[in-house]
Design a protein around this ligand. Structure first.
Ligand SMILES: *Cc1c(COP(=O)(O)O)cnc(C)c1O
Length: 373
């Protein structure tokens, strides 16, 4: 490994916080002095700012992206016995939330080029029990929302977006989170917009959905001590909201930098046989939560990069329908072949706004020399 390059992590949150330390300390001190930790002015301000950013009338801060998904499903009327169509190639939380709402996840396979729900796979999965479609904007690329929303409209289904990896991405100029009946976001620290702890949000233009999510996150109460529905403890705390407000002002610049680094990766990795790169999407602006390549030599490439001091990630190495926790649904190997192949071929390369271009070039050089040797 060249001296001047050093170890390259997959993400580097310390670098991000170095630049924000003074601002974060000042606002944290203010909250500690005032002693208002749950809800309050920072939470309300962040909700207004996040709704404004996403182009929705409402945003509701919650405790995590998983809570956001669960509350969005429940608020859109998903109930025990219902079915929700969703991809198997996603983070496990997408399915957990469906099961926790009482519904059954019904997988539809993904398109290997978009890495997202393949609209051509959806209609054959629709039954009388289907209540909603839950697409995931995986890796920061918007799912094919026009086609998905058309199918949903034809069959009277709700569309709930899992936008946990797509803060600021857009489809035909409209931001993710504003494309369905409700959108759910995670602000897990490593996301494009990340808190310094757990946090999430639901976005929606629907006043009833918003009102129900507000009750669900706060023990089912709208007015103190009057519990209208069964709820949860799923609120956003003030320190996280204040930190998210500081970071939201940088989100567009960070996303631009991610896009520039992704373009550099794609330029430097072009033309290697057997290596598939993320493709462009003329209708969408992607925000590259991850830069994910696909190759059947995935494990060997990963090991070779590791030996050169380069960390990589697997998102995700086992599709959700084959996870032990979901065996009760009865799916088996071979049921969703595209998702299963992707699980064995995807490799996430280091990507964060502070990453230097020369490191991207070095990573590409190492990948190229391994794959062409
Ligand atoms: C991160 C993530 C979630 C869950 O978010 P948490 O805040 O960790 O609960 C859900 N779906 C996807 C696709 C994610 O990447």
């Amino acid at each position: 490994m060249p001296e001047n390059i050093g170890l390259i992590p997959l993400v580097d949150l310390a670098r991000q916080h170095e630049a924000l330390l003074d601002e974060i300390q000042a606002v944290t001190r203010d909250i500690l002095e005032k002693g208002a930790f749950i809800g309050g002015p920072h939470v309300e301000a962040f909700e207004r700012e996040w709704a404004g950013y996403c182009g929705t009338s409402e945003a509701i801060g919650v405790c995590s992206g998983t809570d956001a998904l669960r509350f969005a499903l429940l608020a859109c009327g998903v109930r025990p016995g219902d079915e929700v169509i969703t991809p198997p190639h996603t983070f496990v939380a997408t399915w957990e939330a469906i099961v926790q709402s009482g519904a059954r996840p019904v997988p539809a396979d993904v398109d290997p080029e978009t890495c997202n729900l393949d609209p051509a796979q959806i209609e054959r999965r629709i039954t009388v029990r289907t209540r909603a479609i839950l697409p995931v904007h995986l890796y920061g690329r918007p799912a094919c929302m026009d086609a998905i929303c058309d199918i949903a409209a034809t069959h009277g289904l709700a569309v709930i977006e899992d936008a946990a990896q797509a803060h600021g991405a857009s489809s035909r100029g409209r931001k993710t989170g504003s494309l369905g009946r409700a959108g759910s976001f995670s602000f897990y620290p490593s996301k494009n917009l990340g808190a310094c702890g757990e946090a999430g949000a639901v976005t929606t233009d629907n006043a009833d959905v918003a009102r129900t999510v507000r009750m669900l996150r706060d023990h089912g109460q709208e007015e103190k001590n009057l519990h209208e529905i069964g709820g949860y403890n799923g609120r956003l705390d003030a320190i996280q909201a204040a930190i998210l407000r500081i970071k939201l002002r940088r989100l567009d610049a960070w996303n631009l930098r991610r896009r520039a680094l992704a373009a550099l990766y794609s330029e430097c990795l072009a033309g290697i046989p057997g290596l598939a790169l993320p493709s462009d999407d003329a209708d969408a602006t992607q925000v590259y939560h991850l830069y994910v390549v696909q190759t059947f030599k995935r494990d060997e490439l990963r090991e070779s990069l590791r030996q050169n001091g380069i960390a990589t990630g697997l998102h995700y190495p086992l599709p959700v329908h084959l996870q032990k926790a979901f065996r009760f649904l009865g799916y088996k190997t071979g049921d969703f072949p595209v998702s299963e192949r992707m699980a064995s071929e995807v490799l996430s390369l280091p990507l964060y706004p502070e990453l230097e271009a020369e490191k991207v070039e070095f990573i590409c050089e190492m990948a190229r020399s391994f794959l062409l040797k």
